[in-house]
Ligand binder design. Structure first.
Ligand code: SF4
Length: 366
């Protein structure tokens, strides 16, 4: 991505002067945080379990969206023991709508390790946290620092944006060397006695003040006097991030097969995208109505009607599904391999349906 003209070129490694300058900003940042931090359920009662669940939910998801899920999840599964023993369908149902379902599977694997290897307590070691399923550098740093005040950084997209602006760095934050440099900077800025608060303060500043999409509220910022991007007038152009690779498009035809008050469902494979979740059967490519009817007849269905449903497009990080769909009414027939008939009420009450298929659940009878 081209560097904005007003910003000087930045090496991946930050200078000692930049680092020292940023270190002086830790105190005003913490003062601001003490007076402005949002009251959040995982902050008011920051047990290691609650912090871990919140961090897994917050990956790729906004705080406001997470709040109702967090309360519901904690009410159903209040500790590592209950999470370790939870039934898979219940677990996926609790996560339904949050997306990125591998997070909840990792969370359960972690709970099982915590129960079987650590006596039901999350380990107080960054290195051990890093080995738990689904915890990368960011999440291990966030959980370790917030739950145990371990002096480790937690650098997410919000923090990368704030640090890029504080240093007026035009280095590409998609580059691992640049991310590493900002992790080192965050660690050196962090007062060890308030490691968790400092990490949360940087994230909070990014979420509430140093906003993305060219709109930082610099006049409300406690760090405006020491911010290089503010001084240079280039805050809105930072951070610099190379665009992601183009997504692959996949076309498919979804079959919403209904018999009375039952619908045909299929379980997705145990590994890969949306692993283990339920879906409406679908085939690659765009079928016509007669082709869809012929396919069902080949599977042994007596088809009473086939009608077209609106197209849908669902975007994942690396793939786009272009979904064409038909609703078919049939007699009950022997379900194809991997499929099962489900009462429609059970689908809504007990089975987790990915967002891509929720669109078609609206067309189920009553
Ligand atoms: Fe962000 Fe503006 Fe604060 Fe700099 S002064 S950290 S650009 S909000």
């Amino acid at each position: 991505m081209a560097r904005p003209a007003s910003i000087p070129p930045s090496p991946a490694v930050l200078s000692e002067t930049q680092t020292a300058h940023c270190q002086a900003l830790a105190a005003p940042l913490l003062r601001w945080y003490d007076g402005n931090a949002r009251t959040l359920p995982w902050r008011s009662e920051a047990t290691p379990y609650r912090v871990l669940v919140s961090e897994m939910m917050l990956q790729q998801t906004r705080v406001e969206a997470v709040l109702p899920y967090f309360s519901r999840f904690l009410a159903a599964l209040p500790d590592f023991e209950s999470l370790a023993q939870a039934d898979e369908d219940m677990l996926l149902k609790l996560w339904e709508g949050l997306g990125y379902y591998s997070r909840v599977r990792s969370l359960q694997k972690t709970a099982r390790i915590v129960v079987s290897q650590y006596g039901g307590e999350l380990p107080r070691s960054y290195e051990k946290l890093l080995k738990l399923p689904g915890l990368g550098e960011y999440a291990a740093g966030a959980v370790g620092s917030i739950a145990f005040n371990l002096p480790v950084p937690a650098v997410d997209g919000n923090v990368l944006r704030v640090l890029s602006r504080l240093t007026a760095s035009s280095a590409d934050i998609a580059q691992p060397a640049v991310r590493h440099a900002f992790r080192m900077l965050a660690q050196r800025m962090q007062p060890p006695e308030r490691a968790g608060d400092f990490n949360q303060a940087l994230m909070e500043l990014g979420a509430l003040v140093c906003l993305p999409v060219r709109a930082p509220s610099c006049t409300d910022c406690p760090l405006s006097g020491g911010c290089a991007a503010r001084r240079l007038g280039c805050a809105g152009a930072l951070p610099v991030k190379a665009p992601p690779k183009l997504r692959r498009a996949e076309e498919m035809t979804v079959l919403l097969v209904v018999s009375g008050n039952c619908v045909l469902l299929r379980r997705r494979p145990e590994k890969g995208l949306l692993a283990g979740m339920w879906e409406f059967p679908h085939v690659p490519g765009l079928l016509s109505a007669p082709q869809a009817e012929a396919l069902l007849a080949e599977s042994g269905a007596r088809v009473h009607s086939v009608r077209s449903l609106p197209d849908n497009r669902h975007v994942f990080s690396h793939i786009e599904w272009h979904m064409h769909a038909f609703a078919a009414e049939t007699d009950i027939f022997s379900p194809p391999e991997g499929c099962t008939w489900s009462a429609i009420g059970d689908l809504f009450a007990k089975r987790a349906l990915p967002g891509a298929f929720q669109h078609y659940a609206e067309f189920l009878p009553g």
